[in-house]
Design a protein around this ligand. Sequence first.
Ligand code: FNR
Length: 184
Amino acid sequence: MSQYTIAVFVGSLRRDSFNRKLAHAMANLAPANFTFEQSQIDDLPLYNQDDDDLPALAVVRLKAEIKKAHGLLFITPEYNRSLPGMLKNAIDHASRPYGQSAWTGKPAGVLGVSVGAVGTALAQQHLRNVLAYLDVPTLGQPEAFIQAKDDLFDASGNIGESHRSFMQGWMNQYVDWVKHYTVK
Ligand code: FNR
């Protein structure tokens, strides 16, 4: 059975982040031949085009992780109706120098959970715009705009009963779609 590595990008640094919990819980819904590896993005410097010729080690690492991955998974909160700056900073870093983007052609899933009823819909839409420009195809359906409710996770940190069927369906679709994009 082919093995697939997915690079995961979480847009929150908060200790008790719902989005980080969601990243862990979603990995548990995937088949055994899919490995989810969260990329560290909180040690990246602020992007500065002057550094393109001599990128920080953290940037080199980030680009290597993306290139190695068969697919991408972005799980992000919504900050002021858009994606968090930390996540955009990581995207900018790995897109440069011009013509040497690490993102090109990698299939991506987009998920997010927020305390607001909008469920990160606007952040996801902004993120999809950025990814489209970078030639990153994104899974269109099902969309998942998740509001943080008490029953979102169970006591073990897995997706709670109320959301499990929907989120399992999302993961099944994502897995099929990544396979479709990946020539092995
Ligand atoms: C927020 N939050 C928020 N929620 C939302 O639904 N739409 C929004 O535009 C915003 N904007 C926003 C800006 C900033 C700077 C912060 C800190 C928060 C609330 C957000 O949903 C909440 O803090 C989540 O808990 C963030 O996700 P994590 O950190 O739990 O993963």
